[in-house]
Ligand binder design. Sequence first.
Ligand code: NAP
Length: 289
Amino acid sequence: MKILLFGGAGQLGWELTKRAVDLEFEVVSPVLTEVDITEHDQVSRVVKSVRPDVVINCAAYTAVDKAEEEVDLCFRINRDGAFNIADACKAADSRFIHISTDYVFDGLLGRPLREDDPSNPLSVYGRSKWEGEERVRDVLGNDALIVRTQALYGQKGVNFVHTMLKLFAERDVVKVVDDQWVSPTWAGWLAEVLLDCSRIQAGGTLHASCEGTVSWYDFASEIRSQSAAHFEGRKRATVERTTASTLNRPAPRPTFSAFDTTKITNLLGRPPVRWKDALGVFLQEIGVA
Ligand SMILES: NC(=O)c1ccc[n+]([C@@H]2O[C@H](COP(=O)([O-])OP(=O)(O)OC[C@H]3O[C@@H](n4cnc5c(N)ncnc54)[C@H](OP(=O)(O)O)[C@@H]3O)[C@@H](O)[C@H]2O)c1
């Protein structure tokens, strides 16, 4: 099976490429300097020439706070880029798996979010991702699979786990938000899910996160606990609670964005991995557990 992957050098794309190659998928993954997804012609040309069975879009503008200023760029990549790929897939009759985010929700429902719950993005990034989803649905309807995920961490790039490990080594105290809840999701697990989805004719929208929900404070505390041996005999900051309003970041985040994982459990025939177990595997993989 041949996969055309956009965003292969990013956090999720890197994990996906690694696993796809191990499982003997054929992967073609142009980098940004070869194909810019905001350029309709470039995207059409590559889809036409590669003739993939599946196109997976992990490319995105992901600088959530910076997006509040770089509005146009963010929408060009996350909305127009998604449209360009969907349009090329329609013309080439290729399947399309597009990645989206929990930031399309405000997280105020106070219960795990289902795929058809109403969206209400709070930030520029969230709005751009929602409009990207809508463009994909306009072009391909339920033939496209839109996979929403959240709180991703993997080997490459900047993410919460890498940031915490760095701050534990540098500081005495690390303050972490305790009034926003997520399901931390290992990009390695999600990559395997995306490959499973490539093999089956899944369409529509799918919520894909690891199982279990915690505040960012609890997530940080678990990272600290699971990496204790790595810090033995060295400085290791303590973790203290703070609030989102104290931190006052430019882009508002959803309050409670756990996903209802009924659909993915039924689709794959297994529940998502538990977040603490996934974190353990990841920390071992990067040599800190
Ligand atoms: N990270 C999270 O916590 C999180 C949570 C929920 C959903 N998601 C979604 O998951 C997906 C993957 O996220 P990620 O964390 O892997 O992102 P990432 O590490 O920022 O990677 C994004 C990739 O997109 C590429 N890219 C950016 N603009 C492009 C363009 N115009 N044309 C082609 N490629 C372009 C980047 O290339 P360069 O490296 O060259 O810039 C990078 O390789 C995204 O759809 C994101 O919205 C992420």
